[in-house]
Structure formats: C-alpha cells, structure tokens
Design a protein around this ligand. Structure first.
Ligand SMILES: NC(=O)c1ccc[n+]([C@@H]2O[C@H](COP(=O)([O-])OP(=O)(O)OC[C@H]3O[C@@H](n4cnc5c(N)ncnc54)[C@H](OP(=O)(O)O)[C@@H]3O)[C@@H](O)[C@H]2O)c1
Length: 228
C-alpha cells in the first residue's frame, strides 16, 4: 500500500485529503501541532515553524507506514493584514516565523520527499511516480494590499516548485505542484476555500504520472483553469 503524508492537516483541506487518499488505497499519515481530524489517521506532532523537525518526521513515517510517495504541505502562517499603506508594520520576528512555516519548512519537506522518491525508485513508485504538493493561493502572481510578507513567502515557495518541476527533476518520475483554488471568475477563495475540492484535485494530480503545469490554478468541479 502506498503512503501519503499530509503536513498541516486540519478540518478543511487536511481532513478531506486524508479521507480521499484513504479511499484511494493509501496509508495516510497526518502531521500538525495537535491532532484535530479524528483518530482514523496516524497523527505525528510537527511544528512547521521548526524546519529542523522535518527529517525526524519523515524517518518516523517511513518506519511506521513506509516511505511516502505523496507529500502534501498544507500548513500556513499568516500574520494578519497590515494597513495597506504600512507594509513594514510587522516586525522581523513575525517575518521570520512566516518564512519558516511558508518557505523554509516546505523546502525541507520537498528535500525529504525527493529523498524518499529516490529510495522508492521507479519500480515502487509505479506509473504515478512521486508527487509533492504545496497548497498555495494567488499571492505568487498578485499583490494584495496588507499582505506583503505572506505574498513574499508563498512566492518564494512557488519559485522552488517551478524550479523542481521544470529544471531539477524535469524528466524524472517526480511531480511538483503549487495548488491555488480560485472562484470561477479567477478571484481568490479567501474564506470560501473548498476542502473536498482540493482533495479531488490533489488526487487527480497524483494519479497522473506526467508533470502538468506546476502552477495549478483550479476551480472546484472543473479542474485546472489557466487565468490571465
Ligand atoms: N486559494 C485560496 O484562495 C486560499 C484561501 C485560504 C487558504 N488557502 C491555503 O489553504 C491552506 C490551509 O487550508 P485549510 O485551512 O483548509 O487547512 P486545514 O487542513 O483545515 O488546516 C490546516 C492546518 O495546518 C496546521 N498548521 C498551521 N500552522 C502549523 C504549524 N506551525 N505546524 C504544523 N501545522 C500547522 C493547523 O493545525 P495545528 O493547529 O494542529 O498545527 C491547521 O489545522 C493554506 O496553505 C492557505 O494558504 C488558500
């Protein structure tokens, strides 16, 4: 049975993804600071503001359930809006906390995910290959007043994913995605984020052995949509 690891698993995207991957025949490991999505999934405590915790998490999950061929990073740190004309209001400590959760820990997670894909090799990965998914938003391509630091951090991780998909592992059976749910008209979901919609889209990306566009803007019920 393949293993899926969901980091930053809470009641919306995390819960729906754990259910969807279990139904698709995966052993599911979930990681967050506290267990909040029910006892059916093996929970690991991880604080994503501590990037150093990542290798030990992968070691434990690999020993308990097997090396993950699917890794989903869904944790996020948003310090809150600044007044639009005061973008530097949040201090260095807040910026660094956000960097850790939104950029540095995803870097460590992608690194461990790839190590796992290499360990599994093409025979154990099977035709679907290995998949790393990061839950994003439109801040990698848009500015939103009051969200300078969150935008910087999501953008940096988007760049990592683009690099991994298009340069470093182009041609390997590994896929890397920045997933950004939108409304039909291309506007951001904000509080309307759809958990099951994400889970279905993740599953579609995982099942397809080919790398699709790394920046997966999608609409629930429709799939990938390229917005201008
Ligand atoms: N497309 C859009 O417009 C849009 C809109 C909103 C959100 N989003 C994105 O969606 C994702 C979140 O989705 P969701 O809220 O539905 O997910 P969720 O699965 O309901 O919850 C996310 C979980 O992440 C965990 N988390 C937060 N900080 C963490 C940390 N430092 N270490 C470990 N775990 C941590 C929290 O659990 P613990 O408290 O137990 O750690 C939380 O329950 C984010 O990446 C966000 O940027 C996108």
């Amino acid at each position: 049975m393949p293993t899926a690891l969901i980091i930053g698993a809470g009641p919306r995207v995390g819960q729906a993804s754990a259910e969807a991957f279990t139904a698709a025949g995966y052993q599911v490991a979930v990681a967050s600071r506290k267990q909040s999505i029910g006892p059916n999934y093996r929970h690991y405590t991880l604080d994503a503001s501590e990037p150093d915790q990542v290798p030990a998490l992968f070691e434990k999950v690999s020993a308990d359930l097997g090396v993950p061929s699917v890794v989903i990073y869904n944790a996020a740190y948003m310090s809150g809006m600044t007044p639009p004309d005061s973008p530097f209001e949040k201090g260095l400590e807040d910026f660094q906390a956000g960097m850790n959760v939104n950029t540095t820990t995803p870097f460590m997670v992608a690194r461990e995910a790839v190590k796992g894909f290499e360990k599994l090799g093409p025979s154990q990965l099977g035709p679907a290959g290995g998949t790393f998914i990061f839950t994003g938003n439109m801040l990698n391509v848009a500015v939103m007043p009051g969200m300078l630091t969150f935008g910087m951090q999501k953008s940096a991780t988007a760049n990592m994913i683009k690099h991994l998909a298009e340069a470093a592992y182009n041609g390997k059976p590994y896929k890397f995605y920045y997933v950004d749910e939108r409304h039909q008209d291309g506007t951001p979901m904000l509080t309307d984020l759809n958990g099951p919609g994400h889970a279905q889209h993740f599953l579609n990306l995982v099942k397809d052995g080919k790398q699709r566009p790394w920046d997966q803007t999608f609409v629930t019920g429709k799939g990938y949509v390229e917005f201008p």
